[in-house]
Design a protein around this ligand. Structure first.
Ligand SMILES: NC(=O)c1ccc[n+]([C@@H]2O[C@H](COP(=O)([O-])OP(=O)(O)OC[C@H]3O[C@@H](n4cnc5c(N)ncnc54)[C@H](O)[C@@H]3O)[C@@H](O)[C@H]2O)c1
Ligand SMILES: [Zn+2]
Length: 393
């Protein structure tokens, strides 16, 4: 960049480290994985505060005592700050701005500083809300995420985004902040409902469609086993998905989304809108499954993606157990507002990522609404006929 004495335009880079760990038994045998990430400063024990998704804490009654024991058994290395805090689980955590104030108040009375650690254990919604609060307190506390859903392990927990919903709009308020560390522990998933267990695999399908044909074929083959919660099949898919997200963030050249496109948001323009239209009765992962299906069919109608591949995507999502329809799809006028909301979130001209083929994403800047309507109808028709067939057989 050129500069003059009165006008200084200086490019600069800031180094970041993204620490991602995989464990199978973090709360017991592998507890040192977490302990090793919590560095002490000034030769004093690292100050750590825990925040838990209430539903996770309720489904694992031993969790609070295990975390207390984890810190208290390492007095020379760790210091537990305040009580272990509970946050309502699910989208409620992101919709309640009073919660944000409450979290910040707890940080303040705990005298946390930029070298203190917030360890958050929970689903994607709780990670987003606590992560946002942590990113604005003192302009950034150290955040360690322990994601407890397939979606947050495969996708959201790896990312550098934190947010809450505002004005009935998803993620309207938020920040970019690289987490101090992320630990994907497979045991954390054991208490998930079937609904939320399946939920994360729509994001795995999404990222494989964008980046990795081999992985996409693997998910297609494994779909029914994943739906049956065969962990020997499911965990490698979560790991691959996490790895692709990590690579995108660390090597994709645009971790903070300064450029025109948000490729990882394939299928998300309608997904985010469906979530708010359904008043969040539709989970993010479920909405993404429908959104990916719609944009896949649109890609086949408008951009040359083969009909065979499009059908394979719909079958794969169906076999995973997703219901590819929602009442909000019948209100296309409101649904299409999602396009402008998606554009506004990033700014600039509308840019959507579609597919020419698996592993061959393609950016478009305008949408043929008639074709998109046809895509929506085809997806809804697929869901109806598939389910009618299943109930007959
Ligand atoms: N920051 C990002 O980059 C990013 C990316 C994708 C999605 N997201 C966000 O993630 C959120 C969705 O996350 P999610 O799919 O993890 O759902 P979620 O956080 O809403 O969790 C679903 C439900 O499962 C409960 N739960 C979580 N873990 C559990 C466990 N182990 N056992 C029992 N219950 C458990 C939760 O309390 C909640 O009731 C959305 O708000 C979405 O916008 C963020
Ligand atoms: Zn998503």
């Amino acid at each position: 960049m050129t500069s003059t004495p009165d006008r200084l335009d200086v490019d600069f880079n800031v180094p970041f480290t993204h620490r991602l760990r995989f464990t199978e038994n973090l709360l017991d045998k592998e507890a040192d994985v977490l302990a090793d990430l919590l560095e002490s400063s000034d030769n004093k024990p690292a100050r750590v505060q825990f925040w838990l998704d209430q539903n996770v804490a309720e489904s694992r009654p031993d969790l609070v005592s295990l975390l207390k024991r984890f810190v208290d058994s390492r007095p020379d290395r760790l210091q537990r700050i305040g009580a272990i805090q509970l946050v309502p689980g699910g989208e409620e955590a992101k919709n309640d701005t009073h919660l944000l104030e409450k979290i910040l108040k707890v940080f303040n009375v705990s005298d946390l500083d930029r070298r203190s650690y917030i360890v958050v254990v929970g689903g994607g919604a709780v990670l987003d809300a606590i992560g946002f609060a942590a990113s604005i307190a003192h302009r950034g506390l150290r955040l360690v995420r322990i994601p407890t859903t397939t979606l947050s392990q495969a996708d959201s927990g790896i990312g550098v985004k934190n947010s809450m919903n505002l004005f009935q709009k998803k993620n309207w308020m938020g920040s970019f902040a690289v987490p101090w560390a992320v630990i994907n522990d497979s045991e954390m998933l054991s208490t998930l409902s079937n609904r939320d267990f399946i939920g994360g695999f729509s994001e795995a399908v999404k990222v494989s469609l964008l980046k990795d044909r081999v992985m996409f074929d693997q998910i297609c083959r494994a779909a029914t086993s994943i739906a049956d919660r065969d962990m020997s099949v499911a965990m490698p898919m979560i790991r691959d998905s996490a790895r692709l997200h990590l690579d995108h963030i660390t090597q994709g050249g645009d971790p903070f989304e300064m450029l025109e496109a948000r490729p990882l948001d394939f299928g998300h323009w309608s997904a985010h809108k469906m979530e708010t239209m359904s008043d969040f009765s539709l989970r993010h992962g479920e909405a993404v499954a429908i959104g990916v299906a719609i944009d896949t069919v649109y890609s086949s109608l408008e951009l040359g993606l083969s009909k065979k591949t499009a059908h394979q995507v719909l079958e794969c999502l169906g076999n995973l157990g997703f219901h590819l329809c929602d009442p909000s799809l019948s209100n296309v006028k409101v649904l299409f507002d999602g396009l402008e909301e998606f554009r506004q979130h990033l700014g600039g001209r509308l840019t959507l990522t579609m597919l020419k083929d698996v592993g061959e994403p393609f950016e478009i800047h305008s949408v043929n609404r008639d074709k998109m309507l046809t895509a929506i109808e085809q997806v809804a028709h697929f869901a109806e006929t598939r389910e009618a067939f299943q109930s007959e057989s």
